[in-house]
Design a protein around this ligand. Structure first.
Ligand code: IDP
Ligand code: MG
Length: 140
């Protein structure tokens, strides 16, 4: 089934000049970019986007990290895109992510926060996250 999923190229990805490299991983896997823009994260957006983490002790640090520089948000489309993009990323902790995954190859193995790229973790999240960052007329 063709699905849409949201990705965010996080500040560590942008600072390491890896945006093109990471997008190429997705494109090489057959996923299509159907929306893409650069934005600066805000506290309001982050409180919504990471609502499952607001009570964690690391939430403040996560928000500071996500605001370090502008990020690229995008929507990828393809067969089973939601699960496939998560597989291409690897697990949250880059130190546990296998070589060949985006987080395993480019994430900071000494800092779990700096893991290069966000991706929606399920159908409900994908729909909410795409709508959070894009209007209908920005998705092609
Ligand atoms: P995910 O990005 O793999 O879906 P989530 O559990 O949704 O992982 O966490 C969102 C983001 O919060 C992670 O990608 C990472 O940047 C950060 N994060 C998650 N767990 C920790 C932690 O234990 N310490 C610091 N940052 C964390
Ligand atoms: Mg998540």
């Amino acid at each position: 089934m063709s699905e849409k999923t949201l990705i965010i190229l996080k500040p560590d990805c942008m600072k390491k000049n890896l945006a093109g490299t990471v997008l190429a991983r997705f494109e090489s896997a057959g996923l299509r970019i159907v929306a893409c823009k650069m934005i600066r994260m805000t506290d309001a957006l982050l409180r919504e986007h990471y609502s499952h983490l607001v009570d964690k002790p690391f939430f403040g640090g996560l928000c500071d990290f996500m605001k370090e520089c502008p990020v690229i948000v995008g929507v990828l489309q393809g067969e089973n895109a939601i699960a496939r993009v998560r597989e291409l990323l690897g697990p949250t902790n880059s130190a546990l992510a296998p070589a060949g995954t985006i987080r395993g190859d480019f994430g900071d193995k000494a800092n779990i926060t700096c893991n290069i790229c966000h991706a929606s973790d399920g159908a409900e999240a994908a729909a909410a996250e795409v709508a959070r960052f894009f209007c209908e007329n920005e998705i092609f």
